[in-house]
Design a protein. Structure first.
Length: 200
């Protein structure tokens, strides 16, 4: 009997960090997943319209928090349909065969006031690389309808060639049509998932 109690106590101790964490899901209508890349002279901007994500927030132990994020590559939008079709093609994202971009964190480290370094596996066009993303916590609170929310933002730069996105054109005057470095800007508003007890 004592052994059973010991096993039960150990199981509860192991489970408690998970139970203490709150789950938040991305609010698509208030989240922006954007990017910019050089096109000849200027920076061309775009965004993805379809994505999802879950954040596990452990306030007592922030380093135990985690995040998963999935972007549907076919939802790319640069405000030019012909260009969007080219970006979906095998020259770029190959959306038909590689329909998602995913990120799954492996560690979260505090990096100053409201700042975190979130390291994880970023998979794009079938290539997975470990990246560290600088994330800023913007705050938390309730909206006018009583929904509990959190806000985050990040800005980073990725090299598209690291993920096998190599297409380009040489210009007559020299140089290339498209830059290699892509600036990524993500602004997140996430809703707390209500537990059964909260929903009553």
């Amino acid at each position: 009997m004592k052994t059973r109690f010991a096993v039960l106590a150990a199981a509860l101790a192991m489970a408690s960090p998970t139970l203490a964490a709150d789950t938040y899901r991305l609010d698509k209508s208030h989240t922006t997943v954007g990017f910019q890349v050089r096109h000849i002279f200027t920076m061309l901007g775009g965004k993805f319209q379809d994505f999802s994500g879950t954040i596990q927030v452990d306030r007592a132990k922030p380093e135990s928090s985690s995040v998963e994020f999935t972007i549907q590559t076919a939802s790319i939008d640069t405000n030019e349909p012909k260009r969007d079709e080219h970006l979906k093609s095998p020259d770029f994202f190959d959306a038909a065969n590689q329909p998602t971009i995913t990120f799954k964190s492996t560690s979260v480290k505090p990096a100053g006031k409201d700042a975190y370094e979130v390291t994880g596996d970023l998979t794009m066009r079938g290539v997975t690389k470990q990246v560290t993303l600088p994330v800023t916590f913007l705050g938390e609170g309730k909206d006018p309808w009583g929904n509990e929310k959190m806000g985050f933002e990040l800005a980073t730069t990725l090299n598209r060639k690291d993920y096998g996105i190599n297409w380009n054109k040489t210009l007559d005057q020299g140089g290339l049509l498209v830059g290699d470095e892509v600036k990524v800007q993500i602004s997140v508003e996430a809703n707390k998932v209500k537990q059964a007890a909260d929903a009553k």
